[in-house]
Design a protein around this ligand. Structure first.
Ligand code: FAD
Length: 301
């Protein structure tokens, strides 16, 4: 049985306490959230921190709430919290779609949203969903906090912009009218990492796509934002033809590699096909929302 190297352990009671501990022990310290990624890496000696800073005792970091026109997710919210949150289901169906296919109930019950994002595995699902929704990450250090776009959060495989003495504390998603979203992935078996996955969001004005967001997982060394496909869709009618073309553009631009989950060309095919499928779902949901609003306003008149 593999065992981690010897490590010191500190339990943080607040964000300020965690930051002070990180500053004291950086760069030898690592934050411990759910531990579902970090502990296996320590067992394999792929990570060998000298000190673990356990943040699970910080009560104020586990929440999912609406504030200032945004959905705000504390970094310590668990996958299961997000899956169960009516607020997420109401405004961001993409998050419920993604959470339903992430791992298994054991991982979802303890794995955190912040840990998933900071692990920065190129196959990780939520980063693609947050990139599609054009979310923002709040990163805190001893000198204050800063906001970084979800699209700029990852700097490479297993690397993020979070510094060694900083914490990811919150994810913010703007609640915008006229939107619909969806997430789909193909994996080899239930609860497994994706062979390929795509998340999409569209915001309609009438039947024209005013804005679109497309994030893909497992089709490159980092999470892939299909920026050219998004640009193509902006200002076009939401027809099958335009969604198909966007899928072709996304597939052509992504950079999958062959690995144990499948050959690169199959992953490229998945990128295109899944992009079209989630765009269809997103457009359908945006239209449904528009119908509901129209019926509700007729009822009030
Ligand atoms: C069997 C299995 C199947 C899985 N399947 C999937 C899947 O299908 N899709 C998917 O997307 N994921 C999957 N995962 C990954 C799972 O979602 C993550 O392991 C887990 O959610 C990571 O969160 P954690 O809280 O356990 O992070 P940890 O393991 O505690 O931490 C991960 C990394 O993030 C750092 N970190 C954690 N929180 C913070 C913070 N707030 N600020 C700064 N740094 C921080 C840690 O120091 C560490 O480097 C799977 C995992 C397992 C074990």
């Amino acid at each position: 049985m593999q065992v981690p190297a010897q490590v010191e352990y500190e339990k943080a009671s607040s964000v300020e306490h965690a930051l002070a501990l990180l500053a004291r022990y950086a760069p030898g310290a690592r934050v411990l959230a759910g531990g579902h990624s970090l502990i296996p890496m320590m067992k394999l000696r792929l990570a060998q921190p000298e000190v673990l800073i356990d943040i699970n005792g910080i009560r104020g970091l586990r929440y999912i709430e609406r504030a200032g026109g945004e959905l705000r997710i504390g970094a310590l919210a668990r996958h299961a919290d997000l899956l169960a949150a009516p607020l997420a289901g109401e405004h961001f169906t993409i998050l419920h779609d993604a959470e339903r296919v992430i791992a298994d109930p054991i991982v979802r019950n303890w794995g955190t949203i912040g840990g998933s994002l900071c692990q920065a595995d190129p196959s990780e699902d939520l980063s693609a969903a947050f990139a599609a929704m054009k979310g923002t990450m709040v990163i805190q250090g001893l000198d204050g906090s800063r906001e970084v776009s979800a699209r700029e959060f990852h700097t490479g495989p297993y690397e993020t912009v979070v510094g060694p003495a900083e914490l990811l504390t919150e994810i913010r998603l703007p609640i915008r009218p006229g939107g619909g979203s969806g997430y789909q992935k193909v994996s080899r078996r239930a609860g497994d990492w994706p062979v390929g996955a795509a998340g999409a969001a569209v915001w309609l004005t009438g039947d024209v796509i005013a804005d679109a967001g497309i994030g893909l997982a497992a089709v490159g060394a980092t999470h892939f934002v299909a920026a050219e496909a998004e640009q193509y869709l902006r200002g076009r009618p939401a027809t099958e033809e335009s969604l198909q073309r966007a899928g072709e553009i996304a597939a052509a631009n992504c950079r999958p590699v062959s690995d144990q989950r499948g050959p690169a060309e199959y992953k490229r095919h998945l990128a295109g096909e899944l992009t079209v499928r989630v765009l269809r779902v997103a457009v359908g949901r945006a239209r449904d929302q528009a119908r509901v609003r129209s019926v509700a306003s007729q009822g009030r008149a």
